[in-house]
Design a protein around this ligand. Structure first.
Ligand code: ATP
Ligand code: MG
Length: 229
């Protein structure tokens, strides 16, 4: 099948609505160079998560196109697509299983691969501080993690698949500023290695982004650097 080797994203005149009469994304065009780090901000309901859902093929656009490395989204096989495109969702879910299993997700990764991903996601240190380290049970009845810590586990999970493209939908609620800073550092470290689109609720999370997109009613209102906005 076709694999994503570079990670360039081309979005052309995208239009989508959950119901045909009410467009949530409209007239949205955007090109993201391979390896770039783009941040997306916008008020609640502006279509940020919907845009990621379209990029992830959870929904199909009514018109317009999305291409990755010049290849239409529909041309990728499911398995290759899942391997090459990582997602850190707005509300990460944890399995009732160990930290290790939550990062591995049945992919049969080695301990070294798990740890490398955890280090890149900046969660290695807090995992080691848990009672049983990587074998500590999480999820229902497991160790209680903050929303931010769950996101870091979700980042490690996404990175463990060595994706070319990473989408991150920052958790809305209750991220303490320390965790938020760690997410910011994790993103900074990934810079240039994968193409990143990170939705943020605070501009500080995407301070290091190459470019910040301001979404307003499903349309790009403005774009520029952190300093320019
Ligand atoms: P937030 O900052 O709160 O996460 P967002 O920018 O991610 O907001 P979306 O979740 O993309 O916004 O929602 C955009 C619009 O689409 C909103 O009006 C929302 O109510 C609507 N919407 C989102 N998901 C669905 C769905 N599954 N079915 C119908 N409407 C939806
Ligand atoms: Mg959202």
């Amino acid at each position: 099948g076709v694999r994503i080797s570079q990670g360039r994203i081309d979005i052309q005149s995208l239009k989508f609505g959950y119901t045909p009469d009410r467009p949530v994304i409209h007239d949205l065009s955007l090109t993201i160079p391979a390896g770039a780090f783009y941040g997306v901000v916008g008020h609640t309901g502006s279509g940020k998560s919907t845009l990621l859902s379209l990029l992830l093929r959870f929904y199909t656009a009514q018109s317009g196109s999305i291409q990755l490395d010049g290849v239409p989204l529909a041309h990728f096989g499911d398995e290759d697509f899942r391997a090459d495109v990582g997602l850190v969702p707005q509300e990460p879910f944890l399995l009732a299983a160990s930290v290790r299993e939550n990062i591995d997700m049945g992919r049969g990764l080695s301990d070294a691969e798990i740890e490398t991903a955890a280090r890149a996601a900046r969660c290695h240190d807090f995992v080691l501080a848990l009672e049983q380290g990587y074998t500590t049970p999480l999820g229902e009845g497991g160790a209680r993690l903050s929303v931010g810590q769950k996101q870091l586990i979700a980042i490690a999970r996404a990175l463990a698949g060595k994706p070319r493209i990473l989408f991150l939908d920052e958790a809305t609620a209750h991220i303490d500023s320390e965790t938020e800073q760690v997410v910011q550092l994790a993103l900074a470290e990934l810079r240039g290695k994968v193409t990143i689109i990170a939705i943020a609720h605070r501009l500080s999370t995407i301070r290091d982004a190459d470019r910040i997109i301001v979404l307003n009613h499903g349309h790009i209102d403005e774009q520029g650097s952190h300093e320019a906005l």
